[in-house]
Design a protein around this ligand. Structure first.
Ligand code: NAI
Length: 459
C-alpha cells in the first residue's frame, strides 16, 4: 500500500502544526485535517492567515504556502477517513472530570469516538496513528474496537507521540530531537518513517514497541515538569537564605550530567500537558498498586500548586495584607510566551485567588483575546460571569492595564515586557509601586533605581 493521502482527526495545537509541516515537506502527499469544531476549521481556512486559531511563530507562513495545494482543513470527517490510507488521531485527552479516575485518569472518550468512527467508515485497509498522548496500552483498546467491525478491513495501529513544545512548535517539528514510532508491524512503521524521512534523518527515527512509545511520552513530560518543580522548590529555599536561584541554576546547569535547560524558576508550569500527563502517570502507577512510584510523581504537581499559591499569597501579604479594591495589573495570560494557549495557565489561578480577595484586575496579553480570558475565568465557576466581567478587565495596551495600578504581576515571559518604558509605567502607577515578577525577566537593580518595590522568584 503506497501512502498518497493521509488525514488527521483533531485540528488543534498538535494536529494543525504537525500536519502543516508534514504537508510542506511532502508536497506529493495530500494532507487533510478534520475536526468536529466548525468554527475552528473556518478559522484555519480564513484567507487572512493572521486569524488562524493557533498562534505559533512561523506557522502562518507554512499554512499560506501549503493550504489549498496539498493541505486541506475540513469538517467532512467520514470522507477524509474513507479516502486516506493513514489516519492520525490527534484529539484532546483531558483529565477525567467524572466517574472512576476523576481528576487523575485521561478521558479517552474522544479517542474512542474517533476509533468507532474509523471502524464505521473504513472500507479499505488503514494505518491508524495515535498522535494524542495516551495512557499505556490504549492502542490495545483501539485495536479491539477496530478489529471487531467484521468488515474484513485490516488496521495497523502505531503510536507516534508528539514532542513539540508550544511556542516553538514549528522549529521543533522541523528539527526534532527524535521521532518516536511504536508498533508491531514493521511495514506500517516503515510507511510512517518514510513520511518523516522527507526531512528527518533516519537515525533520529526511533522504533519501539507500542507500549514503550506510549509510556515514553508520559515519562518525557513527567521528567520535564519535575525539573521545573525541582528548581522551584529550591527557589523557595533561596528566598529564605541569601542564595539567588538564577546563580544556583547556572552553577548546576554547567554540570553536563544535569544540563542547563528547564532550570528557570518561575511561578510554576502550566499548559495542557504536564499536569494531565503526570496525573495520568500517577493514576496508572496506583492502578498497579505502585504507591511509592505514584507518590513520587504526584509531588511534582503538589509543589507546582504550592508555587502558584505562594506567589499570590506573597503579593497579598506585601500589599499590606489586603488587595481589596486595589487595582492589580497582570501582564500575560498565556501559559508561556509565543503561544495563545491558556490551558492551565498560572495566570488563571492567580487571578481567581486575587479576585477572591476582592482585587480589581486589569490584564494585558499580546495574543490572548478578551473573550478567552473571560471564558477561562468563568470555567472555574468561582463566581458569576457578570461578577468576573466587572472585576477583571482586559486591556488593549499594557499602559492602559498599568494605569493607576497598585501592583503589576508578570505572569508570562513575553519578550516585549522587557522592553516597555518602565519609567513611564512607574509614573503612571500608585506609590509605592510594586512589581511581582513571576518569570524573573526584569532587572532588580534597574527597577529599584526607577523606584519600584521589586520582587521576583528565588531571590
Ligand atoms: P486541542 O484541544 O487543541 O485539539 C484537539 C481537537 O480535536 C479539537 O479541535 C477538537 O474539536 C477535536 N476533536 C475532539 N474530538 C473529535 C472527534 N471525535 N472528531 C473530530 N475532532 C475531534 O488539543 P491539542 O493540544 O492539539 O492536543 C491533542 C493531543 O496531543 C492531546 O492528547 C495532547 O496531550 C497531545 N499533545 C499536546 C501537545 C501540546 O503542546 N498541546 C504536545 C504533545 C502532545
Amino acid at each position: 500500500m503506497k501512502i498518497n493521502k493521509i488525514c488527521c482527526i483533531g485540528a488543534g495545537y498538535v494536529g494543525g502544526p504537525t500536519m502543516a509541516v508534514i504537508a510542506k515537506k511532502n508536497p506529493n502527499l495530500k494532507v487533510t485535517i478534520v475536526d468536529i469544531n466548525e468554527e475552528r476549521i473556518a478559522a484555519w481556512n480564513d484567507s487572512d492567515v493572521s486569524k488562524l486559531p493557533i498562534y505559533e511563530p512561523g506557522l502562518a507562513e507554512i499554512v499560506a504556502e501549503t493550504r489549498g495545494k496539498n493541505l486541506f482543513f475540513s469538517t467532512e470527517i467520514d470522507k477524509a477517513i474513507d479516502e486516506s490510507e493513514m489516519i492520525f488521531i490527534s484529539v484532546n485527552t483531558p483529565t477525567k472530570t467524572y466517574g472512576k479516575g476523576k481528576g487523575m485518569a485521561a478521558d479517552l472518550k474522544y479517542v474512542e469516538l474517533c476509533a468507532r468512527n474509523i471502524a464505521k467508515v473504513a472500507t479499505t485497509d488503514k494505518i491508524v496513528v495515535e498522535k494524542s498522548t495516551l495512557p499505556v496500552r490504549t492502542a490495545q483498546a483501539i485495536k479491539s474496537i477496530l478489529s471487531n467491525t467484521g468488515s474484513g478491513v485490516n488496521f495497523d495501529i502505531l503510536s507516534n507521540p508528539e514532542f513539540l513544545a508550544e511556542g516553538t512548535a514549528v522549529q521543533d517539528l522541523l528539527n526534532p530531537d527524535r521521532v518516536l514510532i511504536g508498533g508491531d508491524s514493521e511495514e506500517a512503521i516503515d510507511r510512517l518513517a518514510n513520511i518523516y524521512g522527507s526531512w528527518v534523518p533516519q537515525d533520529k527515527i526511533l522504533r519501539t514497541n507500542v507500549w514503550s512509545s506510549e509510556l515514553s511520552k508520559l515519562t518525557a513530560n513527567a521528567f520535564l515538569a519535575q525539573r521545573v518543580s525541582s528548581i522551584n522548590a529550591i527557589s523557595e529555599l533561596c528566598e529564605h537564605t541569601e542564595a539567588d536561584v538564577n546563580e544556583v541554576a547556572k552553577a548546576i546547569g554547567m554540570d553536563s550530567r544535569i544540563g542547563s535547560k528547564f532550570l528557570q524558576a518561575s511561578i510554576g508550569f502550566g499548559g495542557s500537558c504536564f499536569q494531565k500527563d503526570i496525573l495520568n502517570l500517577v493514576y496508572i502507577a496506583r492502578s498497579y498498586g505502585l504507591h511509592e512510584v505514584a507518590d513520587y510523581w504526584e509531588q511534582v504537581i503538589i509543589l507546582n500548586d504550592h508555587q502558584k499559591r505562594r506567589f499570590s499569597d506573597h503579593l497579598i501579604k506585601t500589599l499590606y495584607n489586603t488587595v481589596s479594591g486595589k487595582k492589580i495589573a497582570m501582564l500575560g495570560w498565556a501559559f508561556k510566551k509565543d503561544t495563545n494557549d491558556t490551558r492551565e495557565s498560572a495566570a488563571i489561578f492567580v487571578a481567581d485567588h486575587l479576585l477572591n480577595e476582592q482585587a480589581e484586575i486589569a490584564v494585558y496579553d499580546p495574543k490572548v483575546s478578551k473573550d478567552k480570558i473571560q471564558s477561562d475565568l468563568n470555567y472555574l465557576n468561582t463566581r458569576s460571569p457578570e461578577e468576573n466581567q466587572q472585576l477583571l478587565q482586559s486591556k488593549n495596551s499594557p499602559y492602559e492595564a498599568l494605569d493607576d495600578a497598585h501592583a503589576v504581576a508578570i505572569m508570562t515571559e513575553w519578550d516585549e515586557f522587557k522592553t516597555y518604558d518602565w519609567e513611564k509605567i512607574y509614573k503612571q502607577m500608585k506609590k509605592p509601586a510594586f512589581i511581582f515578577d513571576g518569570r524573573n525577566i526584569l532587572d532588580k537593580a534597574e527597577m529599584n533605581k526607577i523606584g519600584f518595590e521589586y520582587y521576583s522568584i528565588g531571590k
